[in-house]
Design a protein around this ligand. Sequence first.
Ligand code: 3PG
Length: 306
Amino acid sequence: MKILVATEKPFAPVAIKQIKEVTDSDSHVLTLLENYKSVAELLIAVADADAMIVRSDLVTTDVLNAAKKLKIVVRAGAGYDNIDLAACTAHNVVAMNTPGQNSNAVAELAFEMMLYQARSGFSGKTGSELRGKSLGLHGYGNVSRYMAEIAKGFGMEIYAFDPFVKEKEITSSGIKASKNAEELYSGCKYVSLHIPANDKTRKSIGYDLLKLMPHDAVLINTARKEIIDEEGLLKIFSERNDIKYLSDVEPEFKLVFEEKYKDRFIFTAKKMGAQTEEANINAGVAAARQIVEFFKTGNEKFRVNK
Ligand code: 3PG
């Protein structure tokens, strides 16, 4: 089978080497379309692919129409909001993700951003410490669990809210379970977002929640920019000069923040939470293994479309 790696943001070379070892081991042919600049390039590359590995690359109806032989697409990562699942199903294409494989990398970045901000961007200005401060985890999945581990080491008080996780699962890890998002935001100086982007969560974090946060609050977003109601975020920024926003991807209103709210935000230029060699290897190799297994045995364990 021909397996295409289509990544606008490429994996580390060491990850590609290991992906190839996996695909070679079952005599599949690996082809690469890395760092591509236009959808047109992707449409040509998918034409004869039986399987495809992607990252945040958009898998749309156009892509699927062009991919006449495609049987499976694996998102090497957690969030699959970039894949049109209904279109995959309509095209008889199995869609999968590789949950948990890049979570530690994302958790470390969220923490690095918190530390950098707490120490005033290493500017020499007096900063603050994390010990004894409250951290709220909005969503309690794989990334949050790594965050909690790190936060414990820093002596933080940890809270979490996730309507899909049993309270006992949260409290048994020594974390306080908040009853709802309002309670989480009211009680935590730091709130870190770990929820997917979907119809229920898009623009769900905005003025009403942020206004509840205590003085000197910091919102950290290493999830998706789509979950933020940016108008609401700007409204609270204009009303309160103590709130800060750290985001692993530039918001739509980046220029407004740059113009008006200097020193109150950190934005990475490109989503880089999962951009470590380790995460690239973990997620890339897991994706390759899932494809090899799918062709060998029909295993659909990580399927996300119906
Ligand atoms: C994910 O959903 O796994 C992360 O957001 C990583 O995305 P990336 O592979 O585009 O870096």
